[in-house]
Ligand binder design. Sequence first.
Ligand SMILES: *Cc1c(COP(=O)(O)O)cnc(C)c1O
Length: 242
Amino acid sequence: MNTHDELERNLAQVLETIEAACRRVQRTRSEITLIAVTKMHPAAAIGAAAELGITHIGENKVQEFDSKQPEWIPLRDSHKLHAHLIGHLQSNKAARAASLFDAIDSVDSLRLAERLDAAAAALHRTLPVLIEIKLSDEEAKSGLAPQSAEIEQLLERLADLTHLNVRGLMTVPPYLRDAEAVRPYFRQLRELRETYARRYPKLQLNALSMGMTHDYAVAIEEGATEIRLGTALFGARDYGKA
Ligand SMILES: *Cc1c(COP(=O)(O)O)cnc(C)c1O
């Protein structure tokens, strides 16, 4: 993790980039939620981000976030923070995830949605979720294919999963060196949301979680309402020590 001063400088740069992207397409800054991705960084990174006014953090593993709970809970309470799960969740960890996170942004199967709904019911809460869509055919990525039978089944079932609040769609597009080359994926996610919103008018599909360090300006131009930034804020992650 970098120092507080570095984080402050990085955040200033990010906010400037967000504002410039908003200006280019006549959007307002308040339409975009910045999620600071603290995975692979110590819990102190969450504290540093909170000090600078960041209110949403993203983690990609239940176990890792579980280990940060002693630091997380007082920070959450003093700074009104929200934690998003942004990585693949195994169904057998659904109950733990539903108790640790404020939102699950990576629902990628009907079975997982059902498990999360049951877990949220047991906790007497409503859980905000996003459906993760896979727009490429990369083996290693999770998410539902937009033309799959399962996404249709899930969208239909959601009306009965009353403890889930489906807010929209999320995607992790392929990494392409030229961020402009990622634009068609972002556009496709926006169009999908419009298609699903027409077909399932009872669902409130407003959110589009898309855009990471390398491509968030393009994602904002294409309608992102949530961007997930790790490296741009905290510097490179050290995978060597994992
Ligand atoms: C790690 C991660 C991010 C952040 O990636 P950066 O390129 O470091 O900004 C965003 N979204 C997901 C799903 C991630 O796993």
